[in-house]
Write a protein that binds this ligand. Sequence first.
Ligand code: MN
Length: 283
Amino acid sequence: EAHHGQLRKSGEPYIIHPLMTAELLLYLKPDLITIQSCILHDVIEDTPQTKEDIAARFGTDVAVICEGLSKLSTIRYRGEERSVESLRKMFIAMVEDLRVIIVKLADRLHNMQTLEFHPNKEKRERIALETLNVYAPIADRLGIFHMKEQLETECFRILYPKEYEKIKQERKELEEEQNFFLKEAKVIIGKVIPAEVPIIDISYRIKSPFSIYRKLSRKEYSYTHTKDLYDLFAIRIITNNIPRCYEILGILHNVFVPMPKRFKDYIALPKENGYQSLHTTVV
Ligand code: MN
């Protein structure tokens, strides 16, 4: 009702945007209030309806989140590197309810996915840079890695279109091989780890396009192609406590030859966002 008659730059009815945005965050299993706030997230900003109108129909929580989202949209990235960290901090400080950030990230993701409808190339690049420097790091810090990767992929596509196409193609060519390898590896791991060591889950991931790009462009390595990377395929084994992590690592290093200098103990030395795990590369 509030967006009735409004159109997106793509020419679609405006309501498609908040609905698609809500769909993007459903995998996080948000509560009803988050979903409602997400569908209403542009109402205060872009329509005559007010916070009070939303409160009257959807309750105070939804209205407060919508107002928080409207306030956040006043923060702008102007391209100075040194302001990035303060921008991120300001972002977090302005938000009293974490659900505001979750909706904001999904909102930005959908805007990135539809950014080609933005007529101005410079503006598109400014928005992509802001997403890369402010939004993706916030998603990373919060541990919402899937959304971080999606945001980065969209930025990569807009900022470095040639490199994006190259890596996407190289990655696709390796995909069949990868899936075969990873399935095999999962079966073998299941066999070598004894039954008394509980494995909660074994999953695998293929390195994201932007992450591949970042690694290929690091000067200390001499990688030129996607297939040169050691960590293109990764297997994640989840067990039930920390000693078990080291135990599984020991078993794997006994069965497969570990590569020198490819081991990282993020349990003893967690990443900045609190991430903890053991990384190794084996032949
Ligand atoms: Mn929006």
